[in-house]
Design a protein around this ligand. Sequence first.
Ligand code: C5P
Length: 208
Amino acid sequence: MIIAVDGPAAAGKGTLARRLAAELGLAHLDTGRLYRAVGLAVLRAGGDPEDPAAALQAAESLDPTMLDDPELSLDRAGGAASKVAVMAPVRTALLALQRNFAAKPPGGASGAVLDGRDIGTVVCPQAEVKLFVTASAQARAKRRHKELLGRGEASIYARVLADIRERDRRDSTRAIAPLKPAADAILIDTTTMDADAVLAAALEHIPK
Ligand code: C5P
């Protein structure tokens, strides 16, 4: 079974995907980390994530051990990710990896949960279940702001909200694989829901 979980930044899709995988015994791939790893690799090499040659080179030489790098969760990695993610060759370079994960989930799992922006539309259009997890930009910024403060990082709410809006704009307006629900996706608006309620809502749509 393949479950696709898509949605904008900080809507709760990562938490949901992780919990669904644990609950159902499926493997989990956070595909945003692939784009973050590419963006971060470009930054570390002193390059510009908007430079197509640098971005493609980083995507083609992606080091799988980098997927555990704690710096991937920093906002600068997210911003760089959304810049490299607009480029078709970068997306193509990462596609095979994502499809292989879905086709042959590691650890002998009977299926996989993949979360990202284009899982239901491009990566796994054949997924049995497609969830599109969203929330208001304010609710997402509030959660992200709280999370940053909780990690002891300096954070200004207005800045977090502006960054989220900018990333939404870049992800939704790009020509290739823009952020949008698949025609057959189930929408879950998490604006006023906690993680347990989101998991319960999602489980209602998983065939037994
Ligand atoms: O989900 P996360 O915030 O980690 O994703 C970082 C960025 O990577 C997104 O803003 C988006 O531009 C890109 N991305 C993508 N397609 C995916 C997953 C992430 O374009 N499947």
